[in-house]
Design a protein around this ligand. Sequence first.
Ligand code: SAH
Length: 196
Amino acid sequence: SDIGSQKERVVTEEEWLQKWEMGNIGFHKEQRHPLLQKYLDVLLNGRSGLRIFFPLCGKAVEMKWLADMGHTVVGVEVSEQAVKGFFSDHSLPYCEEPVPEISGAKMFQSTSGNISLYCCSIYDLSSSVVGKFDGVWDRGALVAVNPCDRQRYASLMINLVEKNSSYLLVTVSYDPNKHKGPPFYVPESEIKSLFG
Ligand code: SAH
């Protein structure tokens, strides 16, 4: 499980903002992820009206899909352009408010109230601000986290979920010496040690 040269690689928040500004967002997909459709039953586990968290959400179309099913969706994304892009892509009216606990953060909420997107770094969140979640859709999130921040990310995620929660994680498998990432290669052994 050698992640090679990726261990040292850092992508700054500024670089992510630039990707959005330049339209360099090949990670964004217009179609729902086939693995979410395939494993939706695992995520829901027969339950309805869940609180579902999208870490590093971008403008993932699956947020609208799950909200339309009656779930409450919460996302976090550092790019305000991405957050506003989500609401405009789906023609959803929203309101914008500051987050008193997090300096500089804003929360964008659909007028219907079932989609709330925090515009700040995920590392600024805690369960005292966003509560706990019944489900997580982690696609392009753990694999986008800088390798040096993985432990911190995983500890935070463990803190943000309820005891009886389901966590769907998508990773990518490839030779980490051939691509610099992101997405980074996260070996299965590391996922086990991060999440237990
Ligand atoms: N999960 C989304 C986006 C994946 S790309 C999807 O499936 O389409 C990773 C996203 O994380 C980018 O939009 C980037 O702007 C955002 N991001 C990177 N670091 C972040 C951080 N520390 N906190 C919140 N968002 C972050």
